[in-house]
Design a binder for this molecule. Structure first.
Ligand code: PLP
Length: 377
C-alpha cells in the first residue's frame, strides 16, 4: 500500500466528546453576567480535588502560570533560577521576562528529567528557585529535589505541564513543590484549547497571587477598578473552562488511555535491544503524556532518516526537545553531556487518545524496519 493510501497518524489530538461540546455550548449561550465564572470555578475545584491541593488558579497558559509563580516569589534582576536543559522553552522564558537568569543543568539519562546532583552543584547565593520539569509524564526525583531546596531555603515550582495524572510515591505531580503549573494546550491529556493552571500550597502566596493575577487589584479592597500595584492578566475564559470541566470529569479515562497506548508500545518495542522507553520507577505512576523512544548510543541512529521513514508512512513523529541552552538566545552549555547527547537520539511517538491498535502497530513496524537497516555496535 502507498503512504497516501494509509490513514494519517497524528502525534497528538484531543479527545472531544458530546460532554465537552455541550458544556462549551452552554458556556457560549448562557455563561455570561452572573454566570461568567461558573465553569472556571467548577474546573478549578475539579483540579483541586483531583490533585488534593489547597489552591488552584486557572490561567490562560502554563507560560503565564510560570510567570505569575516567579513574580509571586519576587524574582527579578540578579536572581538565578535553576532549570533542566531539556524542556520546552516555556519553562525558561518567564524567568527572562522578569530579568532573572536561567541556569541550565543536566538531566538524568534514565528519566530525562533534571539531575538533583546537578541542581546542588549549580546553587549559588543568587539562586531563588528550582523548576523541575516532569518531562513527557516522567517524574522528577522529587524527594531529592525537595530536600536540596529545603536545605538551601529555595522555592520549588514543579512544571507539570506534561504530567497531569502522574503520581510520585502516592502524591500527584504538582502537589509536592511550593507551587506547580499545568498546560491545557490542545496537545495535552486534558485540554481547554489554550490554558493552564497554577497550583499553590501556602495561603500567603495564594493571597499575593490573587492580587498579582488581577492587574494588582486587591479582592479585599472594594473600591472598583482600584489597582494597588502593577499585576498581570493571564485568566482562563469561562468557555475554555467549560471544555476543561468536561475533560476533568473524564480524567481517569483520559489518563488510563495514555497508559494503554504506552503499554502497547512497550509490548512491541520494550524488549528490543537498544531501545529505551519512558521509565516508571518503583512507587511512581507515569501518565505517559507522550510515549517516547530513545535509541541507544550503540545504534548508528540518525533522527532525520527515521523521521523521513515515518513521513513516508504517513506518520507524524515529533522530535525530542532540544537543549534550551542551544538556542541562540542563550550561551550553549555542552558540558550538560546527557542533554546534549540525548535529544537527537529520541523521538516522541503518536500518543493520542483515539489512536487505533493497528496504527500503533504501523508506527512500531517503521521503527523496527529502520533498526533493521542501521548498524549496531
Ligand atoms: C514542559 C512545558 N512547560 C511549559 C509549557 C507551556 O505551556 P503553554 O503552551 O500552556 O504555555 C509546555 C507546553 O507545551 C511544556 O511542555
Amino acid at each position: 500500500m502507498t503512504a497516501s493510501a494509509l490513514s494519517r497518524i497524528h502525534y497528538a489530538k484531543p479527545s472531544i466528546t458530546e460532554r465537552e461540546v455541550s458544556y462549551a455550548t452552554d458556556a457560549a449561550a448562557n455563561g455570561w453576567g452572573e454566570k461568567c465564572y461558573d465553569y472556571i470555578y467548577r474546573f478549578r475545584d475539579l483540579l483541586k480535588a483531583y490533585l488534593d491541593v489547597p489552591y488552584v488558579i486557572p490561567t490562560s497558559s502554563c507560560t503565564g502560570a510560570l510567570h505569575l509563580a516567579l513574580a509571586a516569589l519576587d524574582i527579578g534582576a540578579g536572581d538565578e533560577v535553576i532549570v533542566p536543559d531539556i524542556t520546552w522553552i516555556a519553562s525558561v522564558s518567564p524567568i527572562t521576562y522578569l530579568g532573572a537568569t536561567p541556569v541550565f543543568v543536566d538531566v538524568l539519562e534514565d528519566s530525562w528529567c533534571i539531575d538533583p546532583k546537578a541542581i546542588e552543584a549549580a546553587i549559588t547565593s543568587k539562586t531563588k528557585a528550582i523548576i523541575p520539569v516532569h518531562l513527557y509524564g516522567n517524574l522528577c526525583d522529587m524527594d531529592a529535589i525537595m530536600a536540596i531546596a529545603k536545605r538551601h531555603g529555595i522555592a520549588v515550582i514543579e512544571d507539570a505541564a506534561e504530567a497531569l495524572g502522574s503520581v510520585y510515591k502516592g502524591r500527584k505531580a504538582a502537589s509536592i513543590g511550593d507551587m506547580a503549573t499545568f498546560s491545557f494546550h490542545g496537545t495535552k491529556t486534558v485540554t481547554t484549547g489554550e490554558g493552564g493552571a497554577l497550583v499553590v500550597q501556602s495561603p500567603e502566596l495564594y493571597e499575593k497571587l490573587l492580587i498579582l493575577e488581577g492587574h494588582g487589584r486587591d479582592p479585599k479592597i472594594s473600591k472598583q477598578f482600584w489597582c494597588e500595584k502593577i499585576g498581570y492578566k493571564y485568566k482562563m475564559s469561562n468557555m475554555e473552562a467549560a471544555v476543561g470541566t468536561a475533560q476533568m470529569e473524564r480524567i481517569d479515562e483520559l489518563v488510563a488511555r495514555k497508559r494503554e497506548i504506552f503499554a502497547q508500545y512497550q509490548a512491541r518495542l520494550g524488549k528490543v535491544a537498544g531501545l529505551h522507553l519512558n521509565p516508571e520507577p518503583e512507587g511512581c505512576i507515569n501518565s505517559y503524556w507522550m510515549s517516547t523512544v530513545v535509541f541507544d548510543k550503540s545504534i548508528s541512529f540518525h533522527r532525520e532518516e527515521l523521521l523521513a521513514d515515518m513521513a513516508a508512512a504517513n506518520i507524524d513523529a515529533r522530535v525530542f526537545f532540544y537543549p534550551v541552552s542551544q538556542f541562540p538566545s542563550f550561551a550553549s552549555k555542552p558540558e550538560n553531556v546527557v542533554s546534549y547527547g540525548l535529544y537527537d537520539r529520541a523521538i516522541n511517538l503518536p500518543s493520542y487518545h483515539d489512536i487505533r491498535d493497528d496504527e500503533i502497530a504501523r508506527v512500531c513496524e517503521v521503527i523496527l524496519a529502520y533498526l533493521g537497516k542501521v548498524s549496531h555496535a
